[in-house]
Every structure is written in structure tokens, then in C-alpha cells.
Design a protein around this ligand. Sequence first.
Ligand code: CUK
Ligand code: CUA
Length: 768
Amino acid sequence: MRTARKTLSLLTGLALGASCAGSALADGQLDKVMKDRGLTEKDVLAAAKTYTPTGGRDEYIVFSSGGQSGQIIVYGIPSMRILKYVAVFTPEPWQGYGFDDESKAVLDQGKVRGKDILYGDTHHPAISETDGEYDGQFLFINDKANPRVAVIDLHDFETKQIVVNPVYKSQHGGAFVTPNTEYVITAAQYAAPFENGFVPLEEFNDKYRGGVTYWKFNREKGRIEPENSFTVEAPPYSQDLSDAGKGPSDGWSFTNSFCSERYVGGIERGRPPFEAGCSAKDTDFLHVINWRKAEELFKAGKTVKINGGNVLPLDVAAKEGVLFLIPEVKSPHGVDVSPDGKYMIVSGKLDTHATVYSFEKIQAAIKAGKFEGKDPYGVPIINFQDSIHKQVELGLGPLHTQYDSKECIVYTSLYVDSMVAKWNYCEGKVLDKISIHYNIGHLMAMEGDSRSPDGKYLVSLNKLAIDRFNPVGPLHPQNHQLIDISGDKMELLYDMPLPLGEPHYAVAIKADKLKPEVRYKSGWNSREDKVSEFKTRAGREKTERNCDASGNCTTEVWGTVIRSHITPEIIEAQVGDTVKIHLTNLERAEDEVHGFAMYGQNVQLSIEPGKTSSTTFVADQEGVFPYYCTEFCSALHLEMQGYLLVQPKGYQAKAGGMQEGVAYTQADYDKQVKTNVDTQAVIDQVVAYITSHNYQDFPTVVGLVEDATDQLGFAKGAKEKAEAAAAKQDWQNAMLWANQWWQYQVKTADLGLRAKTFLEQNGAKKIK
Ligand code: CUK
Ligand code: CUA
């Protein structure tokens, strides 16, 4: 009884309005559920902080790297509900990605030295910024295994471009954007020769190199411009994470490194392994780069061309004041610039400390020309003590740091300890620690990389899940844990299993900054963001077969899809033809996607409202190839079908026409007509409701009404055909066209009812 009252007051405290804290609670039902499921009050409070009732929306949207899946995972906070996987480096059939010709062209941009690379090891997503704030327009992500960067346009959540780094052979420290997204920064990881040829490991120090690349982003075009991008060559230290300066440090970027020992293992040659030689020294190097200066030198022609890319040579970067090094403690990980741009925090990984570097102190040392020496490549080294603000002992295996909305407060992941440390970097004081499960890598705060982080929530991106979830075999899901950081103490709220690759990093943006479209402009090539040359209007569908002089023939289809048919329903080709099928979705209604799959040809398109998608294949075998719509789009979805007939060369159709399954009579026709008249009465009522309300004020309804009007127009056409056949007492065709007339009516009614429901639920006003 006491628990019940406490629970009740707890829930009232959560401001569940009086009206809904009604009888169920009074009956002790909540108490019973808690008892049955073994939930504590803390659990119930955590549930109330994350539970999102039907129709509810999240406050933040997360873009998480999908690790080796080469995709991006989109989910909401605080509900932790997964909303979408965005296909990036990997074919993904639901979205038709890597199946339609338009997206194949995007994946083709990602070829490495002529080879298809159909996966990516994605690590760090970054949202485009305007004046240091997330603007919600574009998303970038790196591929570590193959040095690539992808551009995703957030107006439709589709991958638009993949660029390949011309000189790296792996790439980790990216994607990080400069405060106005002038550049997308990526850094190399494992040093390798910039040229593509063979260079023996014995020449590692002389010929192997690292670097930091600045990809020029053209915001108007929404694309990276490789020709205006450049790489600052760096010594063969394994460059790791990067971050861009902001505020006072805008124009600079920071990249840490490990294995500055330049150690090359080789157990096969009797050498101690990489891990021994790469962590032998006590320090590595933070790379401090004046990218504005590098940009000036690039524009002044001081770069050289390697594999078609622009490279600022290491000696030029060292001499011209582009590149500086500062010691950092043993095999560090993570470099995170503070929201005000004054500090950079680097964690020790193999050391228990985090180091807070001061940009002001670094600049003072550079201006004074005060260096403790040069590295073997002539790069000036700034003294460690001259550049730091504080060093703080946090725990075992510190990795990444995120900034709170509260001044001086940060959170650092402790991989070995499996904890998050909350600390004050101005004063160098640890404030709180929380255990996570298990082995945290990155962590992420809301809008954490922006000039004004929101705090509120933190997500811990854990490397191991071990015993957290129901077992599903040796390959476990990852675990993203949601932590409430609004109070003094961190509170764990939720475990989300993430079954798609190993996400490294994620970014969260306020949901209301995203304004994705719900449909495309008609006949849209979504990958190039322009009207498709294959756009096809209703009634203009056609199939053409043409052969060139050497006898190579192409059957090309300009078709449409709309509930519930694919036009054409029959495609005739001859064996050996190249078949090209372009399909435009004529729907305007939200969420009315049609798919297009075909037997035995590896064809699967996703054709969203307004989109035009194409597929090309060779019909190299005779046969019958059914195709159909793969999205359950209406009650007659299963009937949304057709046949590709691959005929023998020179095939002639048999005389005598089709075999009919059923013979219809006048009675069948009269019965169907009666049904149609009744259906029309329902449609008339719905139309009367809609037109007597201010439906024009609701764009969603306007779209539905336009679609319904189309369908009603088709119904009229079918009705005329039915009546013409009936006049000739051709009951077979009269009945079938009467039925088609009814099909169009049903679709009209379906759309009309959706519009009516929408108006009722959204407070439409009666106008007449
Ligand atoms: S890295 Cu994986 S935990 Cu690629 Cu940012 Cu640190
Ligand atoms: Cu279109 Cu199912």
C-alpha cells in the first residue's frame, strides 16, 4: 500500500495530467505490473523519461555510424526508437540502393583503383554547420578501410556522393566539419606510400606518409569538390582523430596520433609485433594545423599533384608555419575542441590522464617562435608544458570527451574502467562517475560538437554488450546506453541493442532543425536532385525496341506506378536484348511507395512518391519473368503485377487471342454497376465533407485530394469503356471494365477517407 501511494505520487510528479492518472493507478494496476516485472521506482521513472506514446515524437534525432555495415542508423532520443538505416557505402535493397541505375552511379563513384568496394567501415558522422551550429542540411561520414567520404542530403536522407581520397590507403580522423562547412576534414590512419606502386617497408621513414585532407564542400550544389580540396602531407605517425577549431581557433585544426615511434612490426621477420613498438615511447604528437594558411598556399600553387589530388608537401607545411607538433601522452585517443574554441582535450588511452591544451598558449609559443626542437621531418615541436592548461587523472583508458551545456563540464569515456567520468576541465576536478555495460568507446551529448551543446542526454556507445540482452549467438549486438545528464548525478535510462555493425561515433541534432520532404517533385532523379530524363506522365507510357547496325537490340520501357497497377503490365523483349525499365511513381500521397521486383534479374526498386527509378539488365535467357510491387500499397497490392516475356528471336504471337478464365453475363454486369452506384454515393458524401471544410489549408490533404481526383478521372474513363461494351452487348468486356471502374472508385474512397480522417483529427473548420 505504501509503495502504491509512493508510486502514485511519483507519477503525479512526472506531470502525467490528472485526467490520465485515473482509475488504472487507483486500482493498483501499476503496482501490480511493477511487482510482476520486478521493476523498481527508479526503473519506472527511467521508463517515463523515455517512453513515447503512439504518435509521439522525439526531441533529438541521432545519426549513428553503422560501422562495418557501411550504413548510417537514424534513431530518436529519448525514445531510442530506430527510424531508418541510410544506405551509404553498401547496397541496401529496401531503398533500392545499389539496385537502381541512379544509386549504382553513386556507388560507382566509390570504386577504389577500379574495383567495386561494396561495404565501408564507417566511424564518424558529422552534421553540416552554419556559424558553428548544426544546420540540419547535410551529413558526412568517413570510411576507414577505404579512404572515402560520403555526402548525405538531409532533405531526403539519401546518399548523393562518395569521394575517394587519392593518396591515402586508410583514413580515420573524419568526418569533421569547419564551423561553416567550408571543409570536411579527414586524416589518414595507417601510413602508406602516397603513390599506388610498391614501396618496401624498409623505406617506411622516407616514403610512407600520413596526412590531413580538407575536402572543399560546395553547399549550393550539396557536393564535395575534389578539385578544390587538398591534403597536408604529414609524417608517417598514425594520425588518429581530428577536430576543427572554432571561434578564436577557427582556421586551425587538430589531429592526434599514435605510433609516432614509426615502428613497423613483422612477427614473420622475427620482429616484435606492432603493438609493442607502437606504444613504447611515453609520448606521441598532437598535430596542430593552420588550414587557412594551407588553403592560401594551395591557391598560390604550392601543392603538387599526386594521383590527381592536391598535396601540400611536408617540407613546405613545416617551413611555412602550416604544421606544428605538440607531445601528447602515450597512444592518445580523441581530440575534442571546446564549444568556445579555446581548449582541446586529448585523452591518454594508455595513460590515466586527459590533457587540456590551451589554444592561446599554443599561439603564444608559435608567435614567440619558442619550440623545443624539430621532428626528423623538420616540423617544429611546441613544448608540452608551454601549451597545456591542465592535466587531470580520470581513470583507466580514457578515450573521447563531450561537452555539456554547463560551462566547464565535460564527460569522458573510460574504456578499460567501463565508466563515464564527469569532470570540470577549467578547474581540473572529477565530479561524478557512472558504470556502463561494457567498454565504452565514443560518447555523445546532444549537439555536442556544436558551438552551443544542449547537455540533457548522453549516449554511451559501448563496444561490448556481453550479458545485457537475450543471447543471439556469438555475434552480439552493440549497446547504446542513454544517460540523463540534466542533474548533478548521471542517471542511466535505457539500453538499446544495435544490431548493425560497430558504430563508433554518432551525432544528435534537435529534431525541429530537420525538414525532410515527404515526396519528390514529379519525375525526380533523387541521386542527382533534378528532373529525370526518364520522367513519364500518366497516359504517356511506352515501350520501344530498337536495334543498332550490329544487331544489338534494346527494349526500353517508360512506365508508371500508381495504386494498383504498373504500366506496362506486359513487356515483350527478345532473348539477348538489353532491357531498360524506367518507372515514375505518380502518387502524391505521403508514404505511398511502390516497389518493383522481378524474378531472376536482381531487380528491386524503391519508388517513392514522385521518384523516377531505372533498372538495366540483359535478358540473356528466354522465359517468363513475373514482376510485382514489393510495398503493400493498397488492398489490391497483390494484383499490382505484370510479366516480362523474353521471347525467342523472331517470335510471332499465336492467332486467336487470350484464353479467358471466366465468361461473364449481363447479370454479372448489372450487379457490378449497382455496386458502383452505391460506392459513388459514399464517395459523394466524403467529397461533400472535404469541400465543406478548409481542406486547402492542409497540404497533406491537398495532396490526397489531388490523388483522389486522378483516380476518379480514371474511374470515369473505365465507366465509359464499360458502357460502350454494354451497348454492343459485349458482356465480357463490359463486366471487366465495370470492375475496373469500381477499382478506381475504391482507391478514390480510400484516399478520400484518409483526407477526411486527417481533417477531423487536425481541427479543420467548416466553411460552408
Ligand atoms: S574511434 Cu572507434 S572508439 Cu574510430 Cu572515433 Cu574512438
Ligand atoms: Cu504498389 Cu504494392
